[in-house]
Design a protein around this ligand. Structure first.
Ligand SMILES: [Zn+2]
Length: 235
């Protein structure tokens, strides 16, 4: 016949196993949430990179436009020089100078307009990435809401299960409960096992007759030296 204290402790263990099962369900939500977060973060990062690339090209474009200004001023100066020459020899030199500065101005204008074209394409790409991010967020909204609901439900169930456990535990003598809790918090799983014949039913290690006799007579729980589980007599 099983001791009533052991019966009470088995009821506590049943409640604990329910709490653990709920906690496992709660923990299983985390990777699902993380997967959503990763997917969103990838889309957001790609958008961020594209925006930064535009900023870099906008800086390049400003620099290119400064160069264009400088070269245009050179063209004007060369033009004035060419117009003020007084000899054919000077005219030749001034014309060469003017043509050179015009080529430089043309080159820098072409550079600036190439950068501007690239910025236009990149803005288009950014708009696409913004749409993609919005799509991800829209698609995830329902899943996230469902996850939130599920988490709230499980948390409520856990609170209930813990309250039930505390109530059940009041029937168990404090030292016995403390002994059980110490082992349980390490195992986070089934902790209390019956003797099966002369052995631990969790690992089959044989328990000395003397110890089995004490457990049967006084209803105490004893640790199995083979597996660390707590054993009780009387099933
Ligand atoms: Zn054992």
């Amino acid at each position: 016949m099983m001791h009533p204290d052991v019966q009470s402790l088995l009821a506590v263990q049943q409640d604990d196993l329910e709490v653990y099962a709920l906690e496992s369900r709660l923990a299983a939500l985390a990777p699902r949430l993380a997967a959503l977060e990763n997917e969103r973060a990838r889309a957001a990062q790609e958008l961020d990179r594209a925006r930064k690339a535009i900023e870099a090209d906008e800086t390049r474009h400003r620099e290119a436009m400064l160069k264009v200004d400088t070269h245009r001023q050179l063209v004007e100066r060369s033009q004035r020089q060419y117009e003020s020459v007084t000899s054919p020899r000077e005219a030749n030199a001034a014309m060469t100078q003017l043509e050179q500065t015009k080529r430089m101005a043309d080159d820098s204008e072409r550079d600036a307009s190439q950068i501007l074209g690239r910025i236009g394409e990149m803005r288009h790409h950014v708009a696409e990435l913004e749409t993609a991010l919005a799509d991800v967020e829209h698609r995830q909204a329902d899943t996230r809401a469902a996850l939130d609901t599920e988490r709230a439900e499980i948390e409520a169930e856990i609170a209930q299960a813990r309250a039930k456990r505390d109530e059940t535990a009041r029937a168990v003598p404090k030292p016995m409960l403390a002994k059980y809790d110490k082992v349980r918090s390490r195992r986070r799983a089934e902790t209390l096992f019956p003797l099966r014949g002369p052995s631990c039913s969790a690992c089959d290690t044989a328990i000395p007759t003397q110890r089995r006799a004490v457990m049967a007579a006084s209803g105490t729980i004893e640790m199995c030296e083979g597996c660390g589980a707590l054993l009780y007599a009387g099933e």
